[in-house]
Ligand binder design. Structure first.
Ligand SMILES: [Zn+2]
Length: 281
């Protein structure tokens, strides 16, 4: 199955959904780091969740979904750019053992940032980590920050990451359809979510309903790191700091946390980063 996210809409009820399947993009993340199994599961769920969320908002820029905490899992980050590309990374301490999310992250926060690009305004929403898993945290976030009733089902294995999102669109009424849509989605097994294409999932769950399925939108792994971006980071770090690194190591070597690409600046190149910056002022 090609990596994609696909929207569906109930024709006779104020409910919409998205289904995401990631295989190549998920493999691209796994092959770049040797993550402990607990991290793999969390990161895969985060990737599927970020793709689902990005699909629901009309937005050109980066959607960055982050969880950080004081526990064995210190950081999980997924970035989705223009709703089309994904990259992800995680950090941990020691050997994280399986357990509830709150225990893995410890004192933690969940943040979503929408960054429209340099010079443009960005938006950040932060909530405490409430709920036992990634899906519950995101449901809580969407209820709190966006006032949208949402349900998520996420599944990950070594080959794929997948997810199903249901959202209740603002509409007065009883919400019986909403209850029923959730109950039916609840019957979907993780294996079905991972292995069935979107049209089969919709048909399997909602054959009795009138559901419109939209065209799949492709997704791919892509890292937006570059020599220029690392140079910008060095400028933020400051001339004194960079000179201290040069004095100690004779060069500056920065590795991208997302894709593993390494960027080297020798003494001359590092100095030039700051000369160029001074010239721009
Ligand atoms: Zn990179």
């Amino acid at each position: 199955m090609p990596d994609s996210v696909q929207r569906f809409l109930f024709e006779r009820a104020p409910i919409r959904g998205e289904i995401v399947h990631l295989e190549a993009a998920w493999q691209a993340v796994l092959e770049r780091h040797d993550y402990p199994p607990v991290l793999r599961a969390l990161l895969g769920e985060m990737m599927a969740a970020a793709a689902l969320l990005a699909a629901t908002i009309k937005f050109e820029g980066s959607l960055i979904m982050q969880m950080h905490g004081s526990g064995p899992v210190s950081l999980l980050v997924v970035e989705c750019e223009n709703g089309r590309t994904l990259r992800a990374t995680a950090k941990w301490r020691g050997k994280p053992e399986p357990g509830p999310l709150a225990a893995l992250l410890g004192e933690g926060r969940f943040a979503i940032t929408l960054a429209a690009g340099p010079g443009k305004q960005s938006y950040q929403g932060i909530v405490d980590i409430e709920g036992g898993d990634v899906a519950a945290v995101l449901e809580h976030y969407l209820r709190r920050s966006e006032q949208i009733e949402s349900r998520l089902w996420l599944a990950v294995d070594d080959k794929r990451a997948a997810g199903l999102l249901l959202q209740k669109l603002p509409h007065p009424g009883e919400g019986e359809d909403w209850q029923r849509a959730q109950q039916l989605a609840q019957t979907l097994t993780e294996q079905e979510l991972l292995e069935l294409p979107a049209y089969s999932i919709v048909r399997r769950l909602y054959s009795q309903e009138d559901v419109r399925l939209f065209e799949p939108r492709p997704l791919a792994f892509h890292c937006s790191c570059s020599q220029e971006r690392v140079a910008a980071m060095l400028r933020m770090l400051g001339y004194d700091e960079v000179r201290a690194i040069l004095a100690e190591r004779g060069m500056v070597d920065v590795g991208c946390e997302f894709c593993g690409q390494s960027y080297r600046f020798d003494r001359w190149e590092a100095e030039r980063v700051f000369i160029a910056a001074a010239g721009q002022r």
